[in-house]
Each structure stands twice: as C-alpha cells, then as structure tokens.
Ligand binder design. Structure first.
Ligand code: RB5
Length: 147
C-alpha cells in the first residue's frame, strides 16, 4: 500500500508524528508537505494529495489541518475521493468498513498524537465490507456525474 500524506501549518506537527507510525507499519508513503509552521492554504495541500489518490498513484491519503475539516472539504471536491474526518477509533473503523474512505482527515488542534496514531493504524488496516455498502458508494459516485 502507498499512502500520500499532507498537512497545512495547522496540522504540520501531527503529520510529523504520524510518519513514524507509517514506518512502524511498514507502509510506503510520500510527504506532500507542508514542511514547516509557515502559513499555507489547506486546499493547496489537499488538492495534489486528493488528485494523486483519485488517479490511483496512491492507494490512500492522510490529510491533517487544524480541525481536519477544511482539508477534507477540499479533498471531497475531487471526483472519486471519499475523505472521512475521524477523531475516534469507531469512526476510523466505520469509515473503512462502510464508506470505503480513501482519505482520512484529522485535526491537530482537536486530538493528540496518541489517539491519532491509533486511528491511523485502524484506518489503514481495516477493509471495506462491500455488500450493501457497495450500492451506497455507487450512489455517491453517481452524484459526481450530476455536476
Ligand atoms: C488554519 O488556521 C486552519 O483554518 C486550518 O488548519 C483548518 O483548521 C481549516 O479547516
């Protein structure tokens, strides 16, 4: 599995804390920035990560900002992206099993690195259940055709 990871300045420190977790899991990743606390606009990080995941260059994405909200809203504008904001382990499970989320978003100003690490581990190791959820995902994809 290849993961694209990115953050704005509000999520920079949490991104840095998550990278060793990916190393520990033996997961290959590319860091799309940002690389410092200097202010950047979260859509500028979100778009390349979301486009790379949608194109299939990466299997999954992890995006972090202050809240996880803005960076996820931007990612969900890219067709084929199902970005899920998860700040608890139950949601991390469900976003994979039910929603086949391909991008995880989190907020550095909301949760600490310990919980974020558990969320990442669960999210990256939980499979989509398929079945009835397949039909629902197809209905989400169909919405992209109505734009
Ligand atoms: C940046 O200050 C902050 O607005 C951003 O990181 C994020 O929380 C937006 O949703």
């Amino acid at each position: 599995m290849k993961v694209a990871i990115g953050a704005d300045h509000g999520g920079f420190h949490l991104k840095e804390a998550i990278k060793p977790v990916l190393d520990e899991l033996g997961i290959e990743y590319e860091d799309f920035g940002t690389h410092s606390e200097e202010s950047v606009d979260y859509p500028d990080i979100s778009a390349p990560v979301a486009q790379a995941v949608a194109a299939g260059t990466f299997d999954r994405g992890i995006l972090i900002c202050g809240t996880g909200i803005g960076i996820g809203i931007a990612a969900n504008k890219v067709p084929g992206i199902r970005a899920a904001l998860c700040h608890d382990t139950f949601s991390a499970h469900a976003s994979r099993e039910h929603n086949n989320a391909n991008i995880l978003t989190m907020g550095e100003r909301v949760i600490g690195p310990g919980l974020a690490s558990d969320i990442v581990k669960i999210w990256l190791t939980t499979d989509f259940e398929g079945g009835r959820h397949e039909r629902r995902i197809a209905k989400i994809s169909a919405l992209e055709e109505t734009k």
